[in-house]
Design a binder for this molecule. Structure first.
Ligand code: PLP
Length: 405
């Protein structure tokens, strides 16, 4: 348990011991007050009181550990952090206001002017904007590489490279990066590997066990899994997390206790949900390959996916997101999407409700035509995040789309 988790040990109900994942997801890190509540308590308070002026001075002076202000620490947020650290097998976690805040904080805490980042080109769109539009102003530069191609990762390294950034599997085309190979290369160059584990969550993939140094999450997606809150988390070693915590505390992109509590409720069912999402997505992907009107299906669980073996090596299952190309143009893809009645048309994913989107004009709409072509985002491409509704109902809904092409 890290230093900053200054709770009185008797209040922590369950340390990260040698228990299985599902037990940790339900119990690790819970803080129980004198009231003896069974469920995790929520502490909606901006600040904390002291028994005396002397105690206040000692807390502010750092001679005594304890809560001061919820931008710094909050018991509900800390319980979520302890649980996330346990689930990723990390020393420490730092919760953030959103997934993007997790990535921004990691970069600003650990990089400085003149540093260089090697980043997979298949990352969430806002990450590219963050690097190109904002971090570039601070003198941090970035090179983008094909995540599948180790020669590209290697060739992009410069003497200034300090960080590698990999999202695996990626959105929307389910491209994978080899965490073990990329982390080896990063360490040869004294750089850190940061992995965005949003699509698998620790229920399906634990990047630190494969050599990654830091994992970032958009908790907004599967960690909540029910579309209620925006939030994020960074996990890793004490040393780097202390720097990230320092930045959050000062920069202010902290997580609210209410959202932390909602995410803990989400974690309780994370493993069940991820296995069910994966089973339904695999059934949907296999079924789609048989349907007339579908040109191509992208899902790493399919045996003919070029990185199926790597997916089996570093993931426990293949996740809930797939993509496919319909026979036709953008208009055909839009007709398909509009004909569905159950599946929600939304850019979000990782939810118990299935969602469908046309990446080329929504999530990836800001990319130039050349960038889209390089990344393989075609006009007839549709992304489907398979939820937990009946698979038969979802297939009937997709059939409405197929009929409309
Ligand atoms: C959504 C997402 C993010 C950003 O998370 P927010 O919570 O929306 O800020 C980062 N990475 C991936 C892979 C995502 O899907």
């Amino acid at each position: 348990m890290s230093k900053s988790n200054f709770e009185r040990p008797e209040r922590i109900q369950f340390e990260a011991t040698d228990c299985e994942f599902s037990t940790l997801a339900i119990r690790a890190g819970q803080h129980r007050s004198d009231e003896g509540e069974h469920n995790d308590a929520i502490y909606p308070t901006s600040s904390f009181v002291y028994s005396s002026a002397r105690e206040a001075a000692a807390r502010f002076g750092g001679e005594e550990e304890g809560n001061i202000y919820s931008r710094f620490t909050n018991p509900t947020v800390q319980a979520f952090e302890r649980r996330m650290a346990a689930l990723e097998g990390a020393e420490r976690a730092v919760a953030t206001a959103s997934g993007m805040a997790a990535i921004l904080s990691t970069c600003l805490a650990l990089l400085q002017q003149g540093d260089h980042v090697v980043c997979s080109r298949s990352v969430f769109g806002s990450i590219v904007s963050l690097f190109d539009k904002y971090l570039s102003r601070t003198g941090i530069s970035v090179s983008y590489v094909d995540p599948k191609n180790m020669a590209e990762w290697s060739a992009a390294v410069t003497p200034a490279t300090r960080m590698f950034f990999l999202e695996t599997p990626s959105n929307p085309l389910a491209e994978l990066g080899d965490i073990e190979a990329v982390s080896k290369l990063a360490h040869e160059h004294d750089a850190l590997l940061v992995v965005d584990n949003c699509f698998c969550t620790p229920a399906l993939q634990q990047p630190l066990k494969h050599g990654a140094d830091i994992v970032v999450h958009s908790a907004t997606k599967y960690l909540d899994g029910q579309g209620r809150c925006v939030g994020g988390v960074v996990v890793g070693r004490d040393q780097e997390m202390e720097a990230v915590f320092g930045f959050i505390r000062t920069g202010g992109a902290c997580l609210s206790p209410f959202n932390a509590w909602v995410f803990m409720k989400g974690l309780e069912t994370l493993e069940l949900r991820m296995m069910a999402h994966s089973a339904s997505a695999l059934a949907m992907a296999s079924w789609l390959t048989q349907q007339p009107g579908i040109d191509k299906v992208y899902y790493s669980g399919l045996e003919d996916h070029p990185q199926h073996a790597l997916a089996k090596k570093q993931q426990r299952a293949f996740g809930g997101v797939l993509a496919f190309e319909v026979s036709g143009d953008q208009a055909a893809a839009w007709r398909f999407i509009d004909a569905t009645q159950i599946i929600s048309i939304t850019g979000n994913l990782g939810d118990v409700k299935s969602t469908i989107t046309h990446p080329g004009t929504t999530t990836h709409g800001r990319m130039s035509a050349e960038a889209k072509a390089a990344a393989g985002i075609k006009d007839n491409l549709i992304r489907l995040s398979v939820g937990l509704e009946s698979i038969e109902d979802l297939q009937r809904d997709v059939q409405r789309g197929l009929a409309a092409i």
